[in-house]
Design a protein around this ligand. Structure first.
Ligand code: B12
Ligand code: SF4
Ligand code: SF4
Length: 329
């Protein structure tokens, strides 16, 4: 049966932001993000930080209100923000070695709602300017979307499926990261969860790439080999001695070179075709000033991650096989 076109998605080029949205975009986000800068530096607090820490506080309120008007989304996001209690760090430390603790931490996360997990050494470049994380390790958790719900994005008053699935996966990230942090604390080590939906101290995509959860896609989100771009991320920083997991290269970066699905599907045309220099790294980059008006008006959008062919369960295995052949794996 032919699928009906999604009535909530304007065609690329036909979307015009509301004047009241544009009025709140008083300053460009791209220089703040480090577009064109050749030297590595920490990311600046950018969006989803406390509204007085960045120039788009009022726009952030509009974006939040627009996502919460959708049926079911208020309670989905309430669950995401229901942060459990953290227990005190036990006085006695586990005597296990790093390899054993790393295996146990990953197994614990996967047994407590995470769909995948990896470990990376903490890098100061993962931490937003003005924040501090002193734990030397980060465990990153991946929480897979329900594709059937995600593909309904963007949401509005008539259909809240997509944004509710975002709230639900954030809620799983909250429960999973807090459960893992409490397990680590019970073993006598410090642990701090970073679950979202707020940005907090930790930029999650760079450590997720480093620890093998996937590759960066042209749409600026991580692509995982098992879930595509339909994943939320959460983190736990810790001083528990651990071992790093290896990065995973399965050809997503190469595939993006010749794919234009997200660039064509993004209503405001925010996704660049070419890699850009951003804070010392040549990488895919999304134009914040073009994305944010639509994102704010269209209940958190998400079209780019839903449309990415890697996110489609029926397509992903074929892409993996094709790219494995091309990479000679
Ligand atoms: C602020 C923010 C936004 C902002 C700005 C996004 C942006 N491109 O910068 C807005 C509101 C527009 C936004 C939109 C979306 N977001 Co958002 N967002 C965040 C948040 C809270 C912080 C990211 C940030 O500050 N970026 C500003 C600077 C750091 O951006 P940047 O330099 O361009 O870097 C980006 C990437 O290139 C990469 N990156 C950063 N440094 C480096 C270094 C290297 C070497 C590499 C390879 C990559 C890399 O990470 C950044 C993330 O966008 C994170 C959660 C978190 N704590 O990390 C979620 C997060 C990145 N968002 C997420 C998602 C899914 C979305 C949306 C699809 C919306 C939605 N409904 O889900 C869209 C996609 C827009 C897009 N195409 O990028 C997910 C991504 C999951 C994934 N599969 O990777 C995250 C991780 C939330 C989560 N907990 O799961 N988001
Ligand atoms: S839609 Fe295509 S170009 Fe965009 S991130 Fe996915 S694979 Fe890459
Ligand atoms: S989230 Fe931003 S980049 Fe992705 S499709 Fe929507 S407007 Fe485009």
């Amino acid at each position: 049966m032919m699928e009906q076109p999604n009535p909530r998605r304007p065609k690329r080029g036909s979307y015009v932001p509301k004047p009241e949205t544009i009025a709140l975009l008083t300053i460009s986000g791209n220089p703040i993000n480090g577009l064109g800068e050749a030297r590595p530096r920490r990311p600046s607090p950018f969006f989803w930080h406390p509204p007085d820490l960045h120039p788009w506080g009022e726009l952030q309120k509009v974006a939040r209100a627009s996502s919460r008007k959708c049926p079911g989304s208020e309670s989905a996001f309430q669950a995401a923000y229901a942060y459990p209690e953290l227990i005190p760090v036990a006085n006695e430390r586990s005597a296990s070695r790093a390899a054993q603790l790393a295996a146990e931490a990953i197994a614990f996360a996967v047994a407590h709602e995470a769909d995948a997990a990896g470990i990376a050494p903490m890098d100061p470049l993962y931490v937003f300017e003005g924040y501090m994380i002193d734990e030397p390790w980060v465990i990153v958790l991946a929480l897979a979307h329900n594709y059937e719900r995600l593909k309904e994005v963007p949401s509005d008053e008539t259909n809240g499926m997509g944004v509710c699935d975002m709230g639900d996966q954030y809620a799983r990230g909250t429960r999973s990261s807090y459960a893992l942090a409490n397990w680590i604390r019970s073993q006598g080590y410090k642990a701090t969860p970073y679950p979202g939906p707020s940005a907090d101290a930790l930029a999650l995509i760079p450590p997720a790439i480093a620890c093998g959860l996937g590759e960066l896609g042209k749409h600026g989100s991580l692509i995982n080999r098992h879930f595509g771009a339909g994943v939320r991320l959460a983190g736990v920083a810790t001083d528990m001695p651990l071992l790093a997991t290896a990065p995973d290269r399965f050809g997503a970066d190469e595939f993006c070179l010749n794919c234009q699905v997200c660039t064509s599907a993004c209503p405001p045309g925010a996704i660049n075709q070419e890699k850009q220099m951003v804070r010392g790294v040549e990488r895919w980059y999304v134009d914040f000033d073009k994305c944010i008006p639509f994102f704010a008006e269209a209940s958190a959008c998400g079209i780019c991650i839903a449309e990415c062919p890697w996110t489609r369960p029926a397509v992903r295995p074929k892409l993996l096989a094709t790219m494995a052949k091309r990479l000679g794996q």
